[in-house]
Design a protein around this ligand. Sequence first.
Ligand code: HEC
Length: 159
Amino acid sequence: MRMLVIFIFLSLFGVKVSLAHEGERHIESQPPTLVEDASLLKAINAEYLATIKPIFRRACFDCHSTQTQYPWYHNIPGIKQWIDSDIKEARKHLDMTNDFPFQGHGSPQKDFEAIRKTIQQNTMPPFRYKMMHWDAGLTASEKEGVLKWIDDNQKKVQN
Ligand code: HEC
C-alpha cells in the first residue's frame, strides 16, 4: 500500500515533470499567454486548412496570395499593369500565402472582421473578377462555412 502511494506521488509530481515535459521545457519557459496564443492560432489554422482554404484557393488566391494563376490576357499591355496593381493592392490588405494568421491587416481580429464584411456584403471576389471567372463566386453554403469559421473563432482571439 505504501509503495502504491509513493508511486502515485512520484508519477504525479516527480516523473511527470522530469520525463514527460523534458522536450517542451523551452516552450514552458515562455510567458503562458504566448504559448496559448500560438496553439490557439494553430488550432484555428487547422480548421482553416481543412474547410476554408479550398474555397479561398479557388476564389481569392489569384489576388490575395503569391500563388496567382494569371489569365492569358495578362500578357496584353495595359491589362497586365492593371492586374498587377490589383494584386499588389489586394495583398497589401490581406495576404493568404502563408495560411492563418494571414498577413496584411496585422491582426487576426481585424482580418476576421474584414473578411466577414466582404462575405456578407458580397464584395469579394470583386465583380470584375467574377465576370472572367464564372465559378469564383461563393455559393450560399460556402459563405455559411466561412462565416461559421469566423463566428467560432473571432471571439477567441484577443487582437
Ligand atoms: C481580382 C482580385 C481579387 C480577388 C479574386 C479577391 N480580392 Fe479581396 N481585394 C482585392 C483588392 C484589389 C482589395 C483592396 C481594395 C479593396 O478593398 O477593394 C481587396 C481587399 C480585400 C479585403 C480587405 C478589405 C478591407 O477592408 O481592408 C478583404 C477582407 C478581402 N479582399 C477578401 C477577399 C476574399 C475573402 C476573397 C475571396 C472570396 C477575395 N478578397 C478575392 C482584390 C481581390
